[in-house]
Design a binder for this molecule. Structure first.
Ligand SMILES: Nc1ncnc2c1ncn2[C@@H]1O[C@H](COP(=O)(O)OP(=O)(O)OP(=O)(O)O)[C@@H](O)[C@H]1O
Ligand SMILES: [Mg+2]
Length: 469
């Protein structure tokens, strides 16, 4: 099977799969390699002819492209609808690879001979009433299926749709021609244990923006079911067209398979050699050594990591981090999928960090020593880590204080706010170097989670009002 890989108007190369030998190959187009805008798809797929063995090259190719596929029900639906195995990466890419995260478009070779603007375009209006009905009927009809076709080609486990939003704010499913999606729609999960996820994500994203993080724009719509509308940062709208920006996620950047998005991919029962075989924060920091502006990029990544701890996002894995890629190297894309995961910790969900700080995989195990060991492993100055920790925690504390003044605060928030303030302040009181012999008193089980436990859908209106400024 031969598939053509495009980025905007450029052909990047060919993805070839020999199903009998189960071997993948990626061959760059000579014009892309010679072009000043040409760059490798990932560090594991260099432009220069590969010196890897066929097996190693095939593995790198498979890992890179498999990371583009959705993970959850959309993948099951695609496999079922097109009668292909869920393991058949090439076949799934052929049907799902036209509107992936970033700029890559994967099309069967003959279809790619048509210029993009001549392919038959599809513009399918998604009216709010229909979306509402589809959000309610997900138990019987998967969310990604519309008009007997799968409309999801971006990764992730949750239900979502990539749509184009026109100037009037109407949403459309788009395919073919010059049509490109500009937004992502995420409804509430169907699992009652995850209730409140849309308001949770909305709050955390708006909070991140309020404290100065570069974060994707987000709105919460009620149709009347809550649905999150996220502006795609990998799209730039021009007067006559939408341009796709090349991106890769943390797993693709590290050359890791999807299961490597967690630092401990084998959970707790495993061979000690594989304990931490997945993506880690230090490995992501090391990737930025070759960025055009390594120091600035590393500060952004550090702020991203600290903020995850502050909001109690235990699911901040490597696919929840994206880099823009270009011939100048990697640069961090805006933050997304910011969620207080702590509120979902129960008998079924353990409180385990996707990527450790130092050796701490639990928020309550965080201590000064763990931050020290993290800064050593990531090759960051301790002073920088301390500065970002204290600045971001105090800014977060004061933003929260400003947005939720006493007396106008939801009850659950009031109860937890005092505890949060105490933690942020104890962090701020710490001035000296991290004392190796004394465990820090501050702990990071943050109260945002406790406030969100209320799972109160009336909160978003209140939050929009406050955080939209
Ligand atoms: N604003 C955005 N702009 C461009 N790409 C995005 C944006 N938000 C998310 N993505 C891409 O879509 C993927 C899935 O998004 P997201 O992480 O929000 O979904 P999810 O299903 O909630 O993920 P998870 O599996 O972590 O629960 C991301 O990994 C990223 O590649
Ligand atoms: Mg995600």
């Amino acid at each position: 099977m031969r598939l053509t890989v495009h980025m905007n108007e450029h052909r990047v190369g060919w993805l070839i799969y020999d199903c009998f030998a189960d071997q993948f190959e990626f061959a760059y187009d000579g014009a892309w390699v010679a072009s000043p805008v040409g760059f490798p798809l990932a560090p594991s797929l260099p432009l220069a002819p590969s010196r890897q063995s066929n097996e190693a090259h095939s593995r790198s190719v498979r890992i890179f492209f498999e990371n583009l596929l959705p993970e959850g029900r959309a993948l099951d639906s695609a496999a079922l609808m097109y009668s292909v195995s869920k393991n058949n990466v090439a076949a799934l890419l052929a049907v799902l690879g036209q509107e992936t995260a970033g700029a890559i478009r994967i099309v069967p070779e003959r279809a790619s001979e048509l210029p993009e603007c001549e392919a038959t375009p599809v513009l399918r209006h998604v009216r709010q009433a229909e979306l509402s009905q589809r959000a309610r009927e997900r138990a019987t009809l998967p969310f990604a299926i519309w008009d007997q076709k799968i409309w999801l080609s971006i990764s992730g486990c949750q239900d979502k749709l990539a749509v184009y939003q026109d100037v009037a704010g109407e949403w459309f499913l788009v395919d073919g021609g010059l049509l490109v999606s500009t937004h992502i729609l995420k409804p509430e999960p169907t699992n009652p244990l995850m209730a409140g996820l849309t308001s949770n994500e909305f709050l955390c994203m708006r909070l991140a923006r309020a404290v100065g993080l570069d974060v994707a724009q987000v709105q919460l719509h009620h149709i009347p079911e809550p649905v999150l509308l996220i502006t795609r940062f990998d799209r730039v709208e021009h007067a006559d067209k939408v341009q796709r920006l090349p991106t890769i996620d943390g797993c693709q950047a590290l050359g890791l398979p999807v299961c490597g998005k967690y630092e401990r991919p084998f959970a707790h029962h495993h061979d000690p050699r594989d304990v931490r075989a997945g993506a880690s924060l230090p490995s992501l920091f090391h990737l930025l050594d070759t960025a055009a502006r390594p120091a600035a990029e590393k500060i952004s990544l550090l702020r991203w990591a600290v903020f995850q701890v502050l909001i109690g996002n235990i699911d901040a894995h490597a696919k929840n981090l994206t880099f823009f890629s270009s011939s100048c190297g990697l640069s961090l894309a805006p933050a997304y999928d910011l969620v207080c995961g702590r509120m979902y910790v129960n008998e079924q969900v353990q409180e385990t960090l996707a990527m450790a700080i130092g050796d701490a995989f639990r928020l309550e195990d965080l201590s000064a020593e763990e931050w020290m060991s993290f800064s050593r492993a990531a090759n960051l100055s301790l002073r920088l880590v301390k500065r970002e920790l204290t600045t971001l925690s105090s800014t977060t504390a004061s933003v929260l204080e400003r947005f939720w003044p006493k007396g106008r605060t939801p009850l659950s928030w009031l109860k937890s706010r005092r505890r949060f303030k105490w933690r942020a302040e104890s962090c701020l009181r710490w001035h000296g170097p991290f004392p190796p012999e004394r465990r820090s008193t501050w702990r990071w089980k943050l109260a945002i989670g406790q406030s969100l436990r209320a799972k109160d859908h009336t909160q978003p209106a209140f939050l929009t009002q406050r955080l939209a400024r």
